[in-house]
Design a protein around this ligand. Structure first.
Ligand SMILES: C[S@@+](CC[C@H](N)C(=O)[O-])C[C@H]1O[C@@H](n2cnc3c(N)ncnc32)[C@H](O)[C@@H]1O
Length: 308
């Protein structure tokens, strides 16, 4: 959805030295395209994965004088902007979730399709790993995570079997966890709907990386920092991220005047307008090129009023 991202952010990046934040720098693909398309653009790129920062530093070296790359969580976006001396921005991009190398490098422990240590940290400097979650959280905590973050119907059964199995021996590998999940899911359900470990692995990843709380802090911080005419684009890859995004955007696109007033109150007029109707999905052509885009949901908004 790169072309659509460029099209949506483009009109906000036409000033003399516009600033854009790429809150999920990853391999720098979106950032590179934005820098190439806008010759006076300054880009602040954030990623919590040190390998993403190293890779993008090399990839974006032709633009070295126009970039600030920061190893941080997007949850700290307000501080990152303050430290960069750029508290007002013109564009923000959130391409949420995991990157291809995180999924494809077996030893990162994100994928149920490889046998590897249960890790799943995007930020390899952080302490909490999936192994710690799986071996130390209570049955109630595991059930909540699997249900809320994985939308796993059989959360109590999976959590129950994890507790039983870890009492025999700590669960330290992706393969053993995937086998436990498969055993916990009723056979009739197992035959439908892909790998049964998918939901559990998504849930653990979200917990280990505190993905939803980072988004809850980052998106409002980016929206608050947008100048008049500034635009935000969010690419979400599961319903929880997309729901949070929808809530944050729609809350700011509403007239909050108390009902029944003869005239709308200026201070209660919306500060943003939506640029997308509902969530946009990838095209057939995009899916043929990149099957991992299947779950992508794109939403965008524009700042139309600044606070008095
Ligand atoms: C889908 S990839 C981004 C790909 C990127 N747009 C590109 O063109 O290469 C998502 C990236 O976001 C990072 N990430 C996820 N949550 C984050 C957070 N809270 N703060 C900073 N980076 C985060 C991951 O480490 C990963 O590199």
């Amino acid at each position: 959805m790169l072309e659509r991202v460029l099209e949506l952010l483009g009109p906000a990046l036409t000033g003399s030295e516009p600033v854009v934040v790429d809150a999920n720098l990853g391999l720098g693909g979106h950032s590179e395209a934005l820098l190439a398309a806008h010759p006076s653009l300054h880009l602040i790129g954030i990623d919590r994965d040190p390998f993403a920062i190293d890779f993008s530093t090399r990839r974006l070296s032709p633009y070295a004088d126009r970039i600030t790359l920061v190893h941080a969580s997007s949850g700290d976006l307000a501080e990152v902007l303050a430290r960069a001396g750029r508290t007002t921005i013109n564009g923000a991009l959130f391409d949420l979730g995991v990157s291809s190398p995180q999924l494809d490098e077996a030893e990162r422990g994100f994928a149920y399709s490889y046998d590897a240590p249960l890790d799943m940290r995007m930020d390899t400097d952080q302490e909490l790993t999936a192994e710690q979650v799986v071996n130390t959280y209570s049955a109630a905590e595991l059930t909540r995570i699997l249900r809320d973050y994985g939308e796993e119907r059989f959360a109590p059964r999976v959590a129950g079997l994890i507790i039983k199995e870890r009492a025999k021996e700590a669960i330290t590998s992706t393969k053993r966890l995937a086998d436990i999940v498969r055993e916990a899911i009723p056979a009739a359900t197992r035959r439908t709907g892909g790998n049964p470990a998918k939901r559990t692995f998504q849930a653990l990843r979200i917990e280990v990386n505190a993905e939803l709380s980072a988004l809850e802090a980052a998106l409002p911080a980016a929206l608050d920092a947008l100048a008049l005419g500034g635009r935000v684009v969010v690419l979400a890859y599961h319903s929880l991220e997309d729901r949070l995004t929808k809530q944050a955007l729609t809350a700011r696109t509403r007239d909050t005047s108390p009902p029944g007033l003869p005239v709308p109150l200026p201070a209660h007029q919306p500060r943003f307008r939506l640029l997308t109707r509902g969530a946009e999905l990838p095209s057939e052509e995009e899916l043929a090129r990149n099957p991992r885009a299947a779950s992508a949901r794109l939403r965008a908004a524009e700042r139309i009023r600044v606070d008095d």
